[in-house]
Design a protein around this ligand. Structure first.
Ligand SMILES: CC(C)(COP(=O)(O)OP(=O)(O)OC[C@H]1O[C@@H](n2cnc3c(N)ncnc32)[C@H](O)[C@@H]1OP(=O)(O)O)[C@@H](O)C(=O)NCCC(=O)NCCS
Length: 182
């Protein structure tokens, strides 16, 4: 696997244990947790996750998470990731998360664009999907800008905070991505 991935303003690299404070600061930031109705990540679980991911290089199945860092400053500002299931190893489900201080600067689009390219070229995936709550407009905006197609909206299908929420699913095929790049 060809890592790290460099973009004009960012570095996407394997996570390390030193990422723990930065990881917890964006993952457990109150406003985003409230908006997404998600629970805070436990510190020990976060440490174990980063440890497990720092050793993953050429895996075929499971999570492949990369830390996002500014090219000119050390320290994690967010993450991109893909989940590949062992039952469907040619497809991946994308995820992303940036610290609020680094949103609305185009960093998420820059990071995910390179990561999608990497998934299609290095992982040789056939199809990438992404899912989010229908109300998560920033994430949906990113999916649309990537050229992903809205393929599903499932009504009251995700239960969070004791309430049901709608979820959207977007997708893009490798050949669609390659055409988009021309
Ligand atoms: C989803 C998320 C990653 C999107 O981040 P973001 O910073 O809004 O996304 P982008 O990188 O696409 O940047 C968006 C805006 O930056 C602005 N921007 C500012 N400077 C820019 C630049 N130099 N280049 C490009 N865009 C720039 C653009 O106006 C753009 O808005 P537009 O697409 O309406 O034109 C972020 O909201 C997040 O981390 N949310 C919490 C976690 C989450 O919800 N994850 C998904 C769970 S499924």
């Amino acid at each position: 696997m060809n890592l790290p991935i460099s973009t004009p303003r960012l570095l996407l690299r394997l996570p390390t244990e030193a990422d723990l404070p930065g990881y917890l600061s964006y993952r457990n930031e109150t406003a985003t947790l409230e908006a997404q109705m998600m629970k805070a990540v436990d510190e020990q679980d976060a440490r174990s996750f980063l440890q497990s991911q720092s050793g993953v290089v050429g895996i075929k199945y499971g999570w492949r998470m990369l830390s996002v860092e500014l090219s000119d400053a050390v320290g994690i500002i967010g993450e991109v990731g893909v989940f590949v299931s062992d039952e469907n190893s040619e497809q991946g489900d994308l995820g992303w998360w940036l610290h609020p201080d680094h949103r609305k600067k185009g960093y998420a689009f820059e990071a995910v664009t390179s990561f999608v390219h990497w998934c299609f070229t290095e992982y040789r995936l056939h199809r990438l999907t992404a899912h989010t709550l229908s109300a998560n407009l920033d994430s949906r905006n990113l999916m649309s800008k990537l050229g992903m197609r809205l393929e599903s909206e499932t009504i009251r299908s995700v239960r969070r905070n004791g309430r049901w929420h709608d979820e959207v699913g977007y997708a893009i095929l490798r050949e669609e991505w390659q055409l988009r790049k021309r």
